[in-house]
Design a protein around this ligand. Structure first.
Ligand code: F6R
Length: 260
């Protein structure tokens, strides 16, 4: 996989936005896989800035969220449907009718998961999937021991994930126990993967994903199976990587034709 190590979060946001913008330039009707949480916030802000400046038009793209909490009341501000509508769809000028989120309020969650898989397939699959990484190595909400072949389904959040996400809720007890998440197999079906990570809290997970063994104990190690995965990290998130110099050298000498 391609590993790009940059000075700080702003550089991560800029380079990741370049990748997304490059995909959309080549295909204005591209399908974007949308992550939520803190990691992609800067990427979205940079894309929104380019849209506002008239440098980028995202009005023709479709979006598919990675995951959604189960059981939050309609319109809950921390549901990923609400987060995407507020922080992504509007600022990036996406068409709300083309932004999809798994239905975490469905009476039949199994059917909702299947419908979501079908919707992704009907859209022609995801062109570029933006990903964050959990401190426990999860991508989407595929917690450790998730199958590499998994599809969208109900998952129980790991205690670490619920604790990490408690910052978005009034109390830790309010963090839902369950979610619907694209599976690792679903994510691997995207034509391009783009994982961003910033800060020392992610250093261990990044090293395990990039340089550790392929293991469901680190779900993000599934990126090793993908022919086109790019990991963009800042210095702090890169400190546990052993081949740091190699990644720097590869990026410094990346041929112009390979750049976004
Ligand atoms: C969010 C998601 C998660 C997060 C991960 C990191 O849609 O799928 O995998 O990307 O939990 O969260 P942050 O970015 O908040 O540290």
């Amino acid at each position: 996989m391609e590993v790009i190590v940059l000075l700080g979060p702003d550089d991560v946001a800029r380079v990741a936005a370049d990748v997304v913008a490059g995909v959309v330039r080549r295909r204005p009707g591209a399908v974007l896989g949308l992550a939520t949480g803190s990691s992609p916030v800067g990427v979205y802000a940079e894309l929104a800035r380019r849209v506002a400046a008239g440098e980028l038009d995202l009005s023709g793209v479709s979006g598919f969220a990675l995951d959604e909490y189960v059981g939050l009341p309609a319109g809950h501000p921390e549901s990923y449907a609400a987060v995407l509508a507020r922080d992504v769809t509007g600022p990036l000028g996406l068409d709300p009718a083309r932004v999809h989120v798994p239905d975490g309020r469905a009476a039949d969650l199994e059917a909702a998961a299947e419908d979501y898989e079908q919707a992704i397939a009907a859209a022609g699959g995801v062109d570029v999937q933006l990903l964050g990484i959990g401190a426990n190595g999860h991508i989407g909400f595929n917690e450790p021991t998730s199958s590499f072949g998994s599809r969208t389904r109900l998952k129980t959040l790991a205690p670490r994930t619920r604790a990490d996400n408690a910052r978005f809720f009034a109390s830790p007890d309010e963090v839902p126990m369950h979610c619907l998440t694209q599976g690792l197999g679903t994510i691997l079906g995207a034509r391009r993967l783009l994982l961003v990570a910033q800060g020392s809290a992610k250093a261990e997970a990044v090293a395990a994903a990039v340089e550790g063994p392929l293991t469901s104990m680190c779900p993000a190690s599934a990126l090793q199976l993908h022919p086109r995965a790019t990991v963009v990290v800042d210095e702090a998130a890169a400190v546990r990587l052993t081949l740091l110099d190699h990644y720097r050298q590869v990026y410094a000498h990346k041929p112009a034709w390979q750049r976004p």
